[in-house]
Ligand binder design. Structure first.
Ligand SMILES: Nc1ncnc2c1ncn2[C@@H]1O[C@H](COP(=O)(O)OP(=O)(O)OP(=O)(O)O)[C@@H](O)[C@H]1O
Ligand SMILES: [Mg+2]
Length: 314
C-alpha cells in the first residue's frame, strides 16, 4: 500500500462567535497519491475551512492532517513547500504583471533568477498565457486570473495542489478551459484536492468525491459509485401547480417507483425506467396541474438530495 497523499482524521473546527459555529464536526478523508479528489458541498459546508487546515492557514480545534505523512500543525513550513494553493478569491499581486506574479513566486520559494525566469516561461506556455505576460494582473478577466493563479500554484512543483472552488463565478467557456488545465495536471501526476459546489465539476474532474455538509463527510466514493447508491436509474422531476400527500402516496405505490421526494416546486420521483415508469406518473400528476416534466439519470446532486433532503444550490 502506498502512503496516503493526504490523511485527515477527526478534524473539527469551531469558531467562538458569537454566534458560535461548528465549521467542521469530525471530518475523515484520505486522498491517494495522484488522484483528483473533489470535496462537493453547498455554501457553508466547511470546504474552505478544510482546505484552510490542510494548507496551514486555519488551526484545527481537534484532529489531525498529515500530508505525505507530515503533520500539518507540527511542521507547517515543510508542508507549505510541498503544496500549491488556489484560494477561493483572487490573491494575485494586482500591481504586478502576469510574468512577475509567476516569477516572484518562484523566487519566494528560493529559486535563482535564471531558474525562476525559465520556469515562468514554461508556465506561460503551458497555461496559454504567453501573450498576456506583460499584462497587469488587475486587468485580467476572471477566467484568465484563475489560469494565472493555477500556474502560480504549481510553479514551485508541489506534490499536492489545493483548489478551493476554482471555477466559481466563471463563464462556461472559462470553466471548460480551466477544467482542461486541471485534467492536464492530473495527467502529470500531481495530487489534487478541489472543492466545489458544482456537481458537474466534481463528476467530470475527480477520481473520487466526498460529499460534505454541515462540517461532516456524508459519503465518499467514485462518482459512479455514489450515483449507484441512489438505487434508481431514472429521476422524474415534476413541476406541479398543486401538491398533496395523496399524490405522493399514489406515486409511491407505483411498482417501478422506489421513492418520492417532495421539493419546493414539485416532486422528484426515483424509479426504474425499464418497467414503464413515465406513463403512470404522468397520469397521476395530470390532475395536479402538471406544468413541466424532466427526466434524467442520477447525478451527484441527486445523491446530495437523497442524503440531505436539500438541493446543492440555494
Ligand atoms: N473565521 C470564521 N469565523 C466564524 N465563522 C466562520 C469563519 N470561517 C468560516 N466560518 C463558518 O464556518 C462554516 C463553514 O465555512 P466554510 O467557509 O468552510 O464553508 P464553505 O463550504 O467553504 O462555504 P462556501 O461555499 O460559502 O465557500 C460557515 O458557517 C461559516 O460561516
Ligand atoms: Mg468556501
Amino acid at each position: 500500500m502506498t502512503a496516503a497523499a493526504l490523511e485527515i482524521a477527526g478534524l473539527t473546527r469551531t469558531f467562538a462567535g458569537p454566534p458560535a459555529v461548528t465549521a467542521l464536526a469530525g471530518v475523515d478523508l484520505t486522498v491517494r497519491p495522484g488522484e483528483v479528489f473533489a470535496l462537493l458541498g453547498p455554501n457553508g459546508a466547511g470546504k474552505t475551512t478544510t482546505v484552510g487546515v490542510c494548507t496551514t492557514r486555519v488551526r484545527p480545534t481537534a484532529g489531525t492532517v498529515a500530508l505525505d505523512g507530515i503533520d500539518v500543525a507540527r511542521a507547517p513550513v515543510r508542508v507549505k513547500q510541498r503544496i500549491g494553493v488556489v484560494t477561493q478569491y483572487n490573491t494575485l499581486d494586482r500591481a504586478c504583471t502576469v510574468f512577475e506574479n509567476l516569477y516572484y513566486h518562484c523566487r519566494y520559494h528560493g529559486w535563482g533568477g535564471r531558474e525562476a525566469a525559465g520556469r515562468t516561461g514554461e508556465l506561460l506556455a503551458q497555461f496559454r498565457l504567453a501573450d498576456r505576460a506583460a499584462a497587469m494582473a488587475q486587468t485580467l478577466s476572471g477566467g484568465l486570473a484563475q489560469r494565472v493563479q493555477l500556474a502560480r500554484a504549481i510553479a514551485h512543483r508541489p506534490s499536492m495542489l489545493f483548489l478551493d472552488e476554482p471555477t466559481a463565478g466563471l463563464d462556461p467557456q472559462s470553466r471548460l478551459a480551466l477544467w482542461e488545465l486541471i485534467a492536464g495536471l492530473r495527467a502529470q501526476g500531481i495530487t489534487v484536492l478541489l472543492t466545489t459546489h458544482y456537481m458537474e465539476e466534481a463528476d467530470r474532474l475527480s477520481d473520487r468525491v466526498a460529499i460534505i455538509d454541515h462540517g461532516k463527510v456524508l459519503v465518499t466514493g467514485t462518482a459512479a459509485e455514489l450515483k449507484q447508491r441512489v438505487g434508481a436509474d431514472t429521476i422524474v422531476e415534476l413541476q406541479l401547480e398543486r401538491l398533496d400527500d395523496a399524490l405522493v402516496a399514489r406515486l409511491e405505490a407505483l411498482p417501478p417507483v422506489r421513492r418520492v421526494h417532495r421539493g419546493e416546486h414539485g416532486l422528484r420521483v426515483f424509479g426504474t425506467a425499464r418497467d414503464g415508469l413515465i406513463p403512470p406518473i404522468v397520469e397521476a400528476a395530470l390532475p395536479y396541474g402538471l406544468a413541466d416534466l424532466r427526466i434524467h439519470e442520477p447525478t451527484l446532486e441527486t445523491v446530495f438530495i437523497q442524503l440531505t433532503g436539500r438541493e446543492l444550490r440555494d
